[in-house]
Design a protein around this ligand. Structure first.
Ligand code: GLC
Length: 549
């Protein structure tokens, strides 16, 4: 494998400059994007064949969810070999070809790194079990004696995010910690061998030419000393709302400072984005201090309802939290872990896991408006594959096809993530709508032919063409995506947002009634049909309009 480096940018220091500050980054979920060999499962060659589509869509970078060797107990977030590609996705040569082609097309590549836990099939864990209780490898995980007379009770009261206890007992009586599935044992980051191994894994992929990493469960690596009990609190309710003894511990930041020095050794501004579910945007900002990571997902934004006041508050709070650390704000509406925003907005507000289709037309209208709002904000935006087609979540998958491990573990995080992971429709007809020649690992709804890339291309009213136009305008309008603030315009009716950016205005109606407003300039793009007449226009219910001024 030859080494090659990405991009034309000169190396920089600190967080000030960079391609990533206003980048639009598209998440590919490899098993569901495109299947090149007809086995019903997407693969790297499939992704490579569709790179021109992503270039034409107008995104700057592609983030790939894990494609590493894995028993797939959690769709690849259980890694058995961090330096190998799972055969179901291809080979290292395929990864090399994908990275090269992407760079040739002007696209950057970001890969997932999963440092909180390995697979139980990772060599370290297999030896830790196989070599017995005295194995020094046990210290690379969290092995403990159980409580109770015979050690028959878990060492503490932590619960797995996927449901059930966070501990599993092995044959010799010891227990090990897994915040997710039992097949995902948590690594012990107090052991220097763990830290060394991950710096080496980062270098392996940086040498392969990747432009950055998405850090899985970035907030989970360090556990409070002594692994203290939570003390009977409703743990799942606290998640994301409070600092937990296993989440968002201050010790994680030392790890990211060390990772930053590795990233900065490479030319071309290699970046890392934290998946850190923290209680507040202020705590999220800690992950993107100038000597730590570059970006963190804005899950507070993702969780915000379609409500003008709530949106304005979270936008202001996000920008204010990032300003002191000099990091760009990020914006995201969907990913592989939450119900697609078309379906969230089609239902009454109820968290990020929804099981009913709701009012689809309403959901799509709001989703299109929400996208135009997001893409008008300063900072970097993340798109999840299929949202550009306006795909809804598939809420009626039969239980027997589901694969989300949390579906099978009672009482945990809602186990309905398969609904946003259904393979993408590319063509209006044919086997799996062009996803591949051998069907698809999750069944696609019959209505998806009409939502395919083929069906929407060239239809100016389609969601795909709206995304294309928005991403192209974002590139052309000077400074859209840049900067650190928005100027809210006074005098807007309740439920309406209007803000100014240099040379630009954005108007958003989150209510269910149209609103008449003076036209602030030349209309650039609208999420719904809008007519401007005599200096005025009617902003339809649930819509966003971009203006150039
Ligand atoms: C992250 C991933 C999710 C996975 C979990 C455990 O939250 O996004 O898909 O199940 O980590 O790795």
């Amino acid at each position: 494998m030859t080494q090659h480096f990405a991009g034309p940018c000169a190396p920089t220091t600190g967080n000030r400059t960079g391609w990533w500050r206003d980048a639009v980054i598209y998440q590919v979920y490899p098993r569901s994007f495109a299947d090149s060999n007809g086995d019903g499962m997407g693969d790297l060659e499939g992704v490579r064949s569709r790179l021109p589509y992503l270039r034409d869509l107008g995104v700057d970078a592609v983030w790939l969810s894990p494609f590493y060797a894995s028993p797939q107990a959690d769709a690849g977030y259980d890694v058995a070999d961090y330096r190998a590609i799972d055969p179901m996705f291809g080979t290292l040569l395929d990864a090399d070809a994908l990275i090269r082609d992407a760079h040739d097309l002007g696209l950057r590549i970001i890969v997932d790194v999963v440092p909180n836990h390995s697979s139980d099939q990772y060599e370290w864990f297999r030896r830790a079990i196989g070599d017995g209780p005295a194995s020094p490898l046990r210290d690379r995980y969290h092995f403990r004696e159980g409580k109770g007379e015979n050690g028959e009770l878990p060492p503490n009261d932590w619960e797995s995010i996927f449901g059930g206890p966070a501990w599993t007992r092995v044959a010799d009586g010891a227990w090990y910690l897994h915040l997710f599935a039992p097949e995902q044992p948590d690594l012990n980051w107090d052991n220097p061998a763990v830290a060394d191994e991950f710096r080496s894994i980062l270098r392996f992929w940086l040498d392969m030419g990747v432009d950055g990493f998405r850090v899985d469960v970035a907030h989970g690596l360090v556990k409070a000393p002594g692994l203290p009990d939570l003390g009977g609190t409703d743990q799942l309710r606290l998640l994301g709302n409070d600092v937990m003894p296993f989440f968002d511990q201050d010790g994680v930041h030392e790890i990211y400072r060390s990772w930053r020095t590795v990233l900065d050794e490479y030319p071309g501004e290699r970046i890392a984005v934290a998946e850190a579910w923290t209680p507040t945007v202020e705590r999220t900002a800690n992950y993107v201090r100038p000597d730590e990571l570059h970006q963190a997902f804005n899950f507070q934004y993702l969780g915000t309802h379609w409500d003008a006041a709530e949106l304005r508050d979270v936008i202001d709070a996000s920008l204010a939290a990032m300003r002191p650390v000099g990091a760009p704000a990020t914006w995201v509406l969907s990913n592989h872990d939450v119900t697609r925003h078309t379906t969230r907005f089609a239902n009454p507000p109820a968290g990020t896991q929804i099981r009913t289709p709701g009012d689809r037309a309403l959901g799509l209208r709001r989703a299109r408006a929400a996208t135009l709002l997001m893409l008008a904000l300063p900072g970097s935006a993340y798109l999840y594959q299929g949202e550009e087609l306006g795909l809804p979540d598939v809420t009626d998958l039969p239980d027997e096809v589901r694969q989300d491990p949390s579906f099978f573990r009672a009482a945990g995080q809602d186990g309905f993530r398969d609904g946003c992971r259904v393979p993408i429709p590319w063509t209006a007809e044919g086997t799996s709508y062009g996803f591949g020649s051998g069907g698809s690992w999750l069944p696609q709804p019959a209505s998806w032919g009409a939502l395919s890339v083929e069906a929407q291309t060239g239809d100016t009213g389609s969601t795909l063409e709206l995304y294309r136009a928005a991403l192209s305008a974002r590139r052309e309008l000077p400074g859209l995506g840049a900067g650190e603030s928005v100027d809210w315009l006074p005098g807007t009716p309740a439920g309406v947002l209007a803000f100014a950016r240099p040379g630009f205005r954005c108007t958003v109606n989150t209510t269910s009634s149209p609103v008449r407003l003076p036209a602030p300039g030349r209309m650039v793009l609208a999420s719904a049909e809008v007519t401007v007449r005599e200096g005025e226009f009617e902003l339809p219910a649930d819509s966003t309009v971009w203006w150039s001024v």
